[in-house]
Design a protein around this ligand. Structure first.
Ligand code: NAD
Length: 248
């Protein structure tokens, strides 16, 4: 049942009240930083065909083209800055670090949570700031401003962006861990996700069935809105500030 939520003292989200707080974020979380959402206007897959740039087959046929595409995407992402919503979460984590009860689980690959200062971030879909060499099973990180690598320094084969592309499976270890964490949380806040990409689309249901207080922040209604006790039809930055600004 959706409630028309108000920013008043009826919703007491004082972090010390909770055993575990999960912020589950999607592309809408990064929209205010200037990174287009997946389905929204200006979304990258409206402009480019994913089967030419974002699947293993494309990489095997045209590794240079795929790597160049991701290099350009990364440069654009590098020009964007975390917004107040990212900063609110980072400050909460810093202030309540003794409780160790705050965690971000994100579908985003942009690294903005970490750039805002959040440490406890699980990236479900990988990161545009990492490459991997599948034959060597090595992971390579690059920093903002660096152009990246094409070939593995060890075996000299092409490295691929460490991102869950179309047709890839999510890392089962990460999924297992995330499932356990969601079952243990008692506050689940979904921010800026349409909740249509599986398995992430089932997380709110898992949280709700495990008894967590579930909150949705999204300017638009989603298919899952009915699972949330409170829904805030607002942008991520202002909504997170109103809900948590008083605790940091
Ligand atoms: P989505 O595009 O399906 O949904 C985005 C949601 O954000 C929409 O429901 C929209 O109403 C909402 N939204 C838009 N502006 C918002 C704002 N200012 N504040 C709060 N919400 C806002 O994205 P998704 O659910 O994350 O799933 C799409 C997939 O695309 C994911 O797998 C994700 O990895 C990937 N993706 C990532 C990025 C990124 O890393 N920044 C960007 C685009 C897509």
């Amino acid at each position: 049942m959706i409630s028309a939520a108000q920013y008043d003292n009826n919703i007491d989200l004082f972090p010390e009240r909770f055993r575990k707080i999960i912020f589950f974020t999607g592309a809408g979380m990064s929209a205010e930083s200037g990174i287009p959402t997946y389905r929204g206007e200006g979304g990258v897959w409206h402009q480019y065909r994913w089967d030419e740039y974002a699947c293993q087959e494309a990489f095997e046929h045209h590794p240079e083209k795929v790597l160049e595409f991701h290099r350009i995407r990364r440069e654009k992402i590098g020009e964007c800055e975390p917004h107040e919503g990212h900063l609110v979460i980072a400050r909460l984590e810093k202030k309540y670090w003794r409780l160790q009860n705050i965690q971000v689980i994100t579908q985003n690959i942009d690294g903005l949570h970490q750039r805002a200062g959040t440490k406890n971030v699980t990236e479900l879909h990988g990161s545009i700031w990492k490459y991997r060499c599948d034959p060597c099973q090595k992971l390579f990180s690059i920093q903002q401003g660096e152009s990246g690598i094409d070939k593995c320094p060890l075996c000299k084969k092409w490295v691929r962006p460490h991102i869950v592309w179309f047709g890839d499976y999510l890392d089962p270890d990460i999924l297992y861990r995330v499932g356990n964490e969601i079952r243990r949380c008692d506050l689940f806040i979904s921010v800026g996700t349409s909740g249509t990409v599986w398995p992430a689309a089932g997380f709110h249901k898992l949280a709700s069935q495990s008894g967590a207080l579930c909150i949705e922040i999204n300017p638009e209604e989603t298919e899952n809105s009915g699972y949330f006790r409170h829904t805030f039809r607002e942008r991520a930055g202002s909504s997170l500030s109103k809900l948590f600004g008083k605790y940091i």
